[in-house]
Design a protein around this ligand. Structure first.
Ligand SMILES: [Zn+2]
Length: 206
């Protein structure tokens, strides 16, 4: 299904990966992680596969994961890689109309938002054209196939999956009102402070 992307969400994703309006000298801190071994999240890709974290939390000045979007991960992956639900919930937003290679700071992100039972959400960004395997309103279980990665939107023209959690639904409440949340993962190597940029993480069975 295709849905018109609210302007508020476009603004979110504009700051998602490639660039940020945050002042270059501002200091970011990314703390507050829970116990990774009992984290409600699993890596958003198939058990037995491994992907490289090209950008992590609190990215350096000039990069995208800063300010209200400071918690998030960019996993480098070829277009068409299966994307799995990091946590179960209800799909609240699907956008899949854009084409790979449609890369810009705003306006071209294909994405899926899933809302969890506690009201928080996870966002899966830069998906491929027609890359959603779920529809808005559908309930998905953790680990279910939800779509396929791509190269749409604010990717710096690097095919990757953006994953972030937020305190509410940015597709209805607006990004600025739904700051991103610390996110670590139960099915990989120890990650008490979340995943670290510049290395790969394997998805273990769970
Ligand atoms: Zn990102």
């Amino acid at each position: 299904m295709r849905h018109t992307l609210p302007v508020v969400l476009l603004a979110v994703l504009a700051a998602g990966c490639g660039s940020s309006p945050v002042a270059p000298d501002s200091i970011e801190t990314c703390v507050g992680f829970g116990d990774w071994q009992t984290s409600p999240y699993v890596l958003p890709y198939a058990v037995g596969t491994s992907y490289f974290v090209d950008q992590g939390n609190c990215s350096p000045p000039g990069n995208g994961h800063r300010g209200v979007t400071k918690f998030g991960y960019d996993f480098l992956m070829p277009i068409g890689t299966p994307v799995l639900a990091a946590r179960g919930g209800i799909v609240t937003q699907v956008e899949e109309s854009h084409f790979d290679g449609q890369v810009a700071a705003t306006g071209f992100d294909n994405l899926i938002v899933i809302q969890h039972d506690d009201g928080t959400t996870t966002l899966y960004g830069h998906l491929t054209h027609d890359g959603a395997a779920v529809s808005s309103g559908e309930r998905v279980l953790q680990g279910a196939l939800i779509g396929y990665s791509g190269n749409t939107g604010n990717t710096n023209n690097k095919p990757h999956l953006h994953l972030s959690a937020a305190s509410c639904d940015p597709s209805t409440r607006g990004t600025a009102n739904c700051p991103t949340l610390p996110m670590n993962f139960a099915n990989t190597e120890a990650n008490p402070q979340g995943l670290q940029q510049g290395r790969s993480y394997s998805a273990f069975a769970y």
